[in-house]
Design a protein around this ligand. Structure first.
Ligand SMILES: *Cc1c(COP(=O)(O)O)cnc(C)c1O
Length: 408
C-alpha cells in the first residue's frame, strides 16, 4: 500500500457502522475476472462479489443494456406493471419447471418470503403453529426470521429471542429428519441450501435430495430450496438441485441473478404459487425495471455464451489443478482435509483456521474468501477461463502450503 491510501482503509471507518472486518482495499473498476484497486493494483477475482458477479465486471453486453435501461426508467413501483417482471418470471419458470415468481431485492428477503409462504401454507390447512425443518450450518440471511433459520450461533448471538417454529436437523441424514418430525402434525416445510455456502461448501447428496422430495410428497410438506448462492448456473445446472432430477415447491434466488444489480426472487411450483393473495406480501424495490433488466440480460448472455458449460469445464479444470498441486497436503491429516463443491462453487477445507489467507491472497493479487473459519471458498464469475483458473491455483496453493508450514 502506498501513500495514496485514504485513512479509512487503515482504521475503522469513522462514519459507516462497524459491521465488516474489511480487507484494506478499495476496488475502483474491473474488466472480466480482473479488478483494480484505487491505487491501480490488479487482482484476479475468484470471489465474484460473493457469487454475485456472474458475468464478471464491465461486461461488454450487460453494461450497454443497463445504460439503456437507466436512461429509460429505473424504478416505477409495483403499483404498475413492469413488463420485464413478466419476461424474467417466464424465463425462471422455463428454467426451473416451476410456475410463478415473486421478485424482491436480496437473498434474505427471498428467504423471508419463503418462510411466510410456508407458514401461510400451514395456516390455510388449519395448522395454527406451523414448524419448518432447517439444517445445521445453514445460512439463510440476517433478518430476525432468517437468522433464526440459520444454523450458526455467531449469526444469532445477541439477537434473541429467536423466531420460534424451527426444527433443526443434520445434513444428509434421512433417518434423523424422520425422527425429528415423527408424529408432529405442525410440520409444514423442509428448508435447505442444495450446497451450503457460508456454512463451508457442504453439498446435500443426490440420494438425500430425492429422499426428502419423496418425504415431502408423502407428508404434504413444502420442499423449499435456498438456491441464493448455489443457483444461477454456478454448479453447471441452472439450479443445483436439478442434478438430483427433483423440483422444489419453493426456491429463493438472489446473488448471481442480476450480475451485481440487487435482485431476489422466490420461484414457486403449483403447491405454493397461489398461497399469497393481494395484501399478503410486497416490497417497494422488488422487481423494479433496472433489476429486471439486469436479470433478463444476465440469463440471455449466460445462454448465448454457454456459461453453464463453462462452469462445468472450468470448475473441473480448477478442481483437478488444485487436487494435483495439493496432493501431498491432501494426504496429511494436518493439511488439506477435502476439496469439495461443484462447478465454480468450490471449497478447500484445511485442518486449521485460515482466515489470514484472505489478506495474503489479496497481497499477491487474488480475491477469495474464507468461510466457516477453515474453508477457502472459490466462487468466481462464470466467465472464468482455464488460464485464469491456473492463475488462481498458482497464487493460492503456495500460500496454503506456506500457512500449513507455520506453527498454528
Ligand atoms: C447470501 C445468502 C443469503 C442472504 O442473502 P443477502 O442478499 O445477503 O440477504 C441467503 N441464503 C444463502 C444461501 C446465501 O448464500
Amino acid at each position: 500500500m502506498n501513500a495514496a491510501v485514504p485513512p479509512f482503509l487503515e482504521a475503522a471507518s469513522p462514519h459507516t457502522m462497524n459491521t465488516y472486518a474489511r480487507v484494506p482495499i478499495a476496488l475502483s473498476h474491473g474488466h472480466g475476472c480482473r479488478v483494480w484497486d484505487i491505487n491501480g493494483k490488479p487482482y484476479l477475482d475468484a470471489l465474484g462479489g460473493i457469487a454475485v458477479n456472474t458475468l464478471g465486471h464491465n461486461h461488454p453486453r450487460l453494461v450497454p443494456a443497463l445504460q439503456d435501461q437507466i436512461s429509460k426508467i429505473i424504478h416505477s413501483s409495483n403499483y404498475y406493471h413492469v413488463p420485464n417482471q413478466e419476461k424474467l418470471a417466464a424465463k425462471l419458470v422455463e428454467l426451473s419447471g416451476l410456475t410463478n415468481v415473486f421478485f424482491c431485492s436480496t437473498g434474505l428477503e427471498a428467504n423471508e418470503a419463503a418462510l411466510k409462504l410456508a407458514r401461510k401454507f400451514g395456516h390455510d390447512k388449519g395448522i395454527e403453529r406451523p414448524e419448518i425443518v432447517v439444517y445445521e450450518h445453514a445460512f439463510h440471511g440476517r433478518s430476525i426470521a432468517t437468522l433464526s433459520a440459520t444454523g450458526n450461533e455467531k449469526v444469532q448471538k445477541g439477537f434473541g429471542p429467536l423466531v420460534e417454529g424451527f426444527i433443526r436437523v443434520p445434513l444428509n441424514d434421512i433417518e434423523a429428519l424422520k425422527a425429528a418430525t415423527a408424529g408432529n402434525p405442525n410440520v409444514v416445510a423442509v428448508f435447505f441450501e442444495t450446497i451450503q455456502g457460508e456454512g463451508g461448501i457442504n453439498p446435500m447428496r443426490i440420494e438425500y435430495l430425492q429422499q426428502v422430495r419423496q418425504l415431502c410428497d408423502e407428508r404434504d410438506w413444502l420442499l423449499m430450496i435456498d438456491e441464493v448462492q448455489c443457483g444461477m448456473g454456478r454448479t453447471g445446472k441452472w439450479f443445483a438441485h436439478q442434478w438430483a432430477g427433483i423440483k422444489p415447491d419453493v426456491m429463493p434466488l438472489a446473488k448471481g441473478l442480476g450480475s451485481g444489480v440487487p435482485i431476489g426472487a422466490v420461484v414457486a411450483g403449483p403447491k405454493a404459487a397461489n398461497i399469497f393473495q393481494p395484501g399478503n406480501h410486497g416490497t417497494t424495490f422488488g422487481g423494479n425495471p433496472l433489476a429486471m433488466r439486469a436479470g433478463v440480460e444476465t440469463i440471455r448472455i449466460m445462454e448465448e455464451d454457454g456459461l453453464l458449460q463453462n462452469a462445468v469445464k472450468v470448475g473441473a479444470h480448477l478442481r483437478a489443478a488444485l487436487t494435483r498441486e495439493l496432493a501431498a497436503e491432501l494426504k496429511d491429516p494436518a493439511g488439506v482435509k477435502e476439496i469439495r463443491g461443484m462447478g465454480l462453487m468450490l471449497g478447500i477445507e484445511l485442518a486449521r483456521p485460515c482466515g489470514e489467507l484472505v489478506k495474503r491472497c489479496a497481497d499477491k493479487g487474488l480475491l477469495i474468501s474464507v468461510t466457516a473459519d477453515s474453508v477457502i471458498r472459490l466462487v468466481p464469475p462464470l466467465i472464468m477461463t482455464p488460464a485464469e483458473a491456473d492463475e488462481v491455483v498458482a497464487i493460492l496453493c503456495p500460500l496454503i502450503k506456506q500457512l500449513l508450514a507455520e506453527t498454528p
